[in-house]
Design a protein around this ligand. Structure first.
Ligand code: GRF
Length: 204
């Protein structure tokens, strides 16, 4: 059984969706470990409640990136847990070269916009402020950029009149939870091939 490690910094609803899907047999993997750069992140309690090891790992410094020493500690923890795929789920750090080289094309992220539109923070607010009629979410392979890697899957969500950042974010989030499971299943099953920056879906 393939092992997935989750990196998360906050609430943890995507992490919960992955763990419950794995436990229900809808995700063809087990979530072996949840790591957080924040000691007080609710995702750690969620993981433990679901019977998954949830561990705070010191990021080494505040800000956008882990220190190189911290990245090595993350790699070691993931390797010790037998992790083959790493799923970022609201991990508020830019992944650096040590993690990327340790899990080449095996780190995925979920982002609450239809990339390449609205990368970075507050993507749902960016979409609303811009006035788009269609928002959504994206699962992509992680590269050295921010929300910039090859796209694995996307789901569109209509913007309704009267939507606020919160109402739009909630409808996108519901789609995130199923898109993440679906996209990881494709990757884990080997049903994708990388062609430059395109992730090509193979026939079943
Ligand atoms: C999600 O909207 C995800 O797309 C983004 O951060 C948020 C994390 O939410 N990367 P949660 O912690 O999974 O509930």
């Amino acid at each position: 059984m393939t092992s997935v490690g989750v990196l998360a910094s906050g609430r943890g609803s995507n992490c919960e969706a992955l763990v419950t899907a794995a436990q229900a047999g809808r995700l063809q993997a087990r979530v072996a470990l949840v790591l957080s750069d924040r000691e007080d992140a609710p995702v750690l309690a969620t993981a433990r409640r679901l019977g998954v090891e949830g561990r705070f790992l010191d990021p080494g410094r505040p800000g956008a990136r882990l220190t190189p020493e911290a990245e090595r500690a993350y790699v070691d923890a993931l390797r010790e847990a037998g992790v083959e795929w790493v799923a970022l789920a609201g991990f508020m750090r830019i992944v650096g070269g040590i993690l990327l080289e340790s899990f080449p094309d095996r780190i995925v992220n979920i982002h609450p916009s239809l990339l390449p539109a609205f990368p970075g923070l507050h993507a749902q607010k960016q979409a609303l402020d811009y006035g788009v009629r269609v928002a959504g979410c994206t699962v992509h392979l992680v590269n050295a950029g921010v929300d910039a890697g090859p796209i694995v899957g996307q789901r569109a969500v209509s913007v309704e009149p009267g939507d606020t950042e919160d109402t739009l974010a909630a409808r996108i989030l519901a789609e995130e939870h199923t898109l993440y499971v679906e996209s990881l299943n494709l990757l884990i099953a080997g049903r994708t091939r990388r062609d430059g920056r395109r992730v090509v879906l193979l026939e079943e």
